[in-house]
Design a protein around this ligand. Structure first.
Ligand SMILES: *[C@@H]1O[C@H](CO)[C@@H](O)[C@H](O)[C@H]1NC(C)=O
Ligand SMILES: *[C@@H]1O[C@H](CO)[C@@H](O)[C@H](O)[C@H]1NC(C)=O
Ligand SMILES: *[C@@H]1O[C@H](CO)[C@@H](O)[C@H](O)[C@H]1NC(C)=O
Ligand SMILES: *[C@@H]1O[C@H](CO)[C@@H](O)[C@H](O)[C@H]1NC(C)=O
Length: 405
């Protein structure tokens, strides 16, 4: 294995291709992806330090668009894309020629359209030795992801991994046991072990997302099962499952599911739940996986990676809230409706916003999607003080069994 490389592009003469594109134009990534087979055919033998520049020709329409947009945007930057990024995203010829399913004889491996709007970070991310070790750069990767560079570009290197990985506990012991510290690369987080994460609710002043979640013997233990469920906003899993015929809620998704406790509680009821999570100052994805349920590393911006009318249940607690831009939230709610099967359940758990926003913005936004209300509770959110006038909504919504289209 190679040591992790310095990921600062400015310090190294590795940029062979200079593509001068405005930032505005870069938001149109797919139109300038370039036909080059010479680079990709070099395959693994190329490294960034020894590779010759690939042949790059810009289609004439690209030049036109560039000139148009550059005249509008004085601050447009020169983007220098690394050869490794071009090798990934350039149009690649299909070995067997035209494919009628594609309607094309090429394939364009995708990255998030906004990636090239952050050329410095993107270039740092794509700076590595091909077939070597990737830099230990989780924080950089997640920043790009959160800004919309999603999916992140694939890389041809091996990710940072723990030196002495220990295999996981077996199920069901793994559901409620803190995994060994050696299952995680800790570089990206302020805590450097699970003891620190478990105790941070007591020892740490600063806010952190899901600050008390890693303590599986704390409030996490009672979520969705009680006994702490006196509030009318706290539905239990069993009362929600009882909405449907036994055994018909089998598969689903928890959006922004923290440490995966919802999925664990559902697994204990033989329901398979995939949990989306990012790693905000904690190894959430590793922890969820160590417990024995499936983490999906993606943000709330990305289209849900499921086909239409397939899932029995989607749950989300605290994550879908007023921090999400309204238009994005509207698209997201339609996406949830899309992947739920007819008769499927959307459990919107402790959605929150401020005062009048509930009546004026969010209830109309939710009602317009087309769900049937099964349970619906609005209440005050008091944990940060009544003067903030925060409100909660908890709802169980059903996609109509008939005429859901
Ligand atoms: C890629 O790296 C592996 C592991 O270091 C090595 O065994 C292999 O020979 C390398 N392949 C090439 C084509 O350099
Ligand atoms: C965990 O990390 C903290 C610092 O974050 C350190 O003080 C403590 O000794 C570590 N504990 C263990 C068990 O490694
Ligand atoms: C609702 O459930 C959460 C998590 O289990 C708990 O912390 C909270 O105290 C409950 N609220 C009430 C009013 O019971
Ligand atoms: C889960 O499935 C197993 C095996 O089919 C069964 O023995 C068990 O009773 C089920 N548990 C629940 C809570 O339904």
């Amino acid at each position: 294995m190679q040591p992790a490389m310095d990921a600062t592009p400015k310090s190294r003469p590795i940029i062979h291709n200079l593509l001068f594109l405005s930032l505005l134009f870069s938001s149109n990534l797919l139109t300038y992806l370039i036909s080059t087979t010479s680079y990709s055919s070099r395959f693994l033998h190329s490294t960034i330090t020894d590779s010759a520049p690939p042949t790059i020709t810009l289609p004439s329409t690209v030049h036109q668009e560039y000139h148009q947009s550059s005249s509008e945007s004085k601050s447009s930057a020169e983007i220098e894309l690394l050869p490794e990024f071009l090798a990934l995203t350039s149009q690649q010829k299909l070995p067997f020629g035209f494919n009628p399913n594609f309607g094309a004889d090429f394939i364009l491996p995708p990255v998030g359209r906004p990636c090239t709007q952050f050329p410095d970070e993107l270039n740092r991310y794509m700076s590595y030795q091909v077939n070597g070790s990737c830099p230990d750069d989780e924080r950089l990767a997640q920043k790009l992801l959160l800004k919309g560079c999603e999916p992140l570009p694939r890389r041809r290197c091996r990710p940072a991994a723990p030196g002495e990985y220990v295999e996981p506990y077996s199920v069901p012991e793994s559901y409620w046991k803190i995994p060994p510290d050696s299952s995680v690369v800790w570089t990206a987080y302020s805590c450097k072990n699970y003891t620190c994460l478990v105790n941070r609710v007591r020892n740490q002043k600063a806010f952190d997302d899901c600050k008390d979640c890693f303590d599986l013997q704390g409030p996490e233990k009672g979520r969705w099962v009680g006994p702490n469920t006196k509030s009318n906003l706290n539905f239990t899993i069993d009362e929600v499952l009882a909405v449907k015929k036994p055994g018909t809620i089998r598969i689903g998704l928890d959006i922004g599911g923290g440490v995966g406790t919802f999925a664990v509680r559902m697994a204990e009821r033989n329901v398979t739940i995939v949990t989306t999570s990012i790693n905000l100052n904690g190894p959430f994805n590793n922890f969820i996986a160590s417990r024995g349920v499936i983490p999906l590393y993606m943000t709330i911006s990305q289209r849900l990676p499921f086909f239409d009318n397939t899932l029995d249940i989607i749950h989300s607690m605290h994550v879908l809230s007023n921090w999400i831009p309204t238009t994005l939230l509207n698209f997201l709610l339609f996406d949830i409706y899309r992947v739920l099967r007819p008769g499927g359940i959307f459990w919107l758990d402790h959605f929150f916003c401020v005062g009048d926003q509930m009546e004026q913005v969010y209830i109309p936004l939710i009602e317009t999607i087309g769900f049937t209300k099964v349970k619906w509770a609005v209440g005050r959110k008091l944990d940060r003080g009544p003067e903030l006038r925060e409100m909660y909504l908890s709802a169980v919504l059903e996609k109509p069994l008939k005429n859901s289209w």
